[in-house]
Design a protein. Structure first.
Length: 294
């Protein structure tokens, strides 16, 4: 009875705490980067030489008016809390990078995780892009930065769709045709990048939130289809968690948009929670890819 109970607890623990070893050095590195990022924001906003840094750039007043955090218009970092919360994307990117390094070192031996290495490396660049875009926009609140921020949303939300499409094409095509796995990978990535760039440059002004929401709905549709169509596997729990955290993030985004329950002067902001849960969603989607046997 006790053995069965311990086995059950071990399985439940693996659902939330995947088998990823983050060494002491990585933990210290992440803490140091987080602290330095916070100190950098504080220093920038307390440097008199940098006051009114963005005054000559056009501010997107319509979108800014939807956010609950107080704007410090004369500071170089106008939304310090939202900027700081974006560190979650950098943290997840570093964790994936460290894990990928280990897999590359072990590439001489068979390792299931090596099969999806290209996707994990590409996802690192997407997370870095999201971190840069979020930081740039919330620091400046200017129109060009808003365009970049939404572009990052498109790349992030459609990446799972690209991966699911890739899995599906592999399952029905490459073994029965002359098209190689490498060719499928190249074609899928080219289509994905093209679609994201088209959305980034040609989405009508004011329609960005609608397009972003549609991209997230497409992710939900592909993820739920994958969950229902697949046999019961441990790694599907990570995909479920990714979907759940995205849903929670959308709730906080809605609260932020309508300034519900939040004090503009508080260090506790809805957009920070949006960043946190989207970052966690990205992390668990990475774990799903890492353990995917497809």
């Amino acid at each position: 009875m006790i053995k069965k109970f311990l086995t059950y607890c071990s399985k439940k623990k693996r659902i939330v705490c995947p088998d990823i070893f983050i060494g002491t050095g990585t933990v210290v590195l992440l803490l140091a980067i987080t602290l330095l990022f916070a100190l950098a924001i504080w220093w920038l906003n307390h440097n008199p030489l940098l006051e009114d840094f963005w005054k000559d750039f056009p501010v997107d007043h319509k979108t800014v008016g939807m956010l609950s955090e107080k704007i410090e218009m004369n500071k170089p970092v106008r939304h310090p809390v939202s900027v700081f919360s974006g560190i979650i994307y950098l943290i997840v990117a570093i964790i994936i990078f460290k894990e990928s390094q280990k897999e590359l070192k072990n590439s001489g031996t068979y390792n299931q995780n090596n099969k999806n290495l290209i996707h994990k490396i590409f996802f690192i660049f997407i997370l870095l892009y999201v971190f840069f875009a979020s930081t740039f926009y919330h620091a400046s609140l200017i129109k060009p930065a808003l365009k970049i921020d939404y572009s990052a949303v498109y790349f992030f939300s459609l990446f799972p769709v690209m991966y699911f499409s890739y899995r599906w094409l592999l399952s029905i095509n490459w073994k029965q045709s002359r098209i190689s796995k490498k060719e499928i990978t190249v074609v899928v990535y080219l289509i994905y990048i093209t679609v994201c760039l088209l959305l980034s440059f040609f989405t009508p002004r004011g329609k960005e939130q609608i397009v972003s929401f549609v991209c997230i709905l497409i992710f939900f549709a592909f993820a739920i289809t994958t969950i229902l169509a697949s046999h019961k596997k441990m790694n599907l729990n990570y995909l479920v968690l990714s979907v759940i955290f995205t849903m929670i993030a959308l709730v906080w985004f809605k609260f932020d948009k309508h300034t519900i329950l939040f004090n503009p002067n508080s260090y506790f902001q809805a957009h920070s929670l949006w960043n946190l849960f989207i970052g966690l969603s990205g992390f668990y989607f990475y774990v799903f890819i890492r353990t995917d046997e497809h």
